[in-house]
Design a protein around this ligand. Sequence first.
Ligand SMILES: [Zn+2]
Length: 159
Amino acid sequence: MQCEICGAEIPGTPNRIVIDRSTLDVCKSCARFGKAEDKWTPVPRKVVPVERTFTARRPQSRDHFKDLVEIVPEYGRVIREAREKLGLTPDELASTIKEKAALIKKIERQELVPEDRVRKKLEKELNIKLTDQATEEKVKYRGGAKGLTLGDIADIKRK
Ligand SMILES: [Zn+2]
């Protein structure tokens, strides 16, 4: 154990003193530079800086990000065209999937991104895919080339 002030080897137990809120283990002759450690000091010796606990927090935007990436950019048009093909009005579609017509209209105008629950109902009812093509393929081909046909492979190569 060396004195943290003069560096001299301390025989036996060092003197713990406090100088300007820092706690130091020093030799007998340096002990006079500070005051003896106060056991009741409100500032612990190894306090973690408060800001560190904030920077360690993870951003919570993951789900939000997922939604933005997965839905096709022209989802409003896809929904409207599929609906018209089936000869449904927005109101009829809305009542079929038990949502408000205003919601369907907003989604078709792309004023609103449908939440997963609504999106899945629309996809099922209209027999469409509203998720990003690239994402779909990534999922489909995950886990290796097993089961791919030559046509599939040609498709991949073309990209
Ligand atoms: Zn010393």
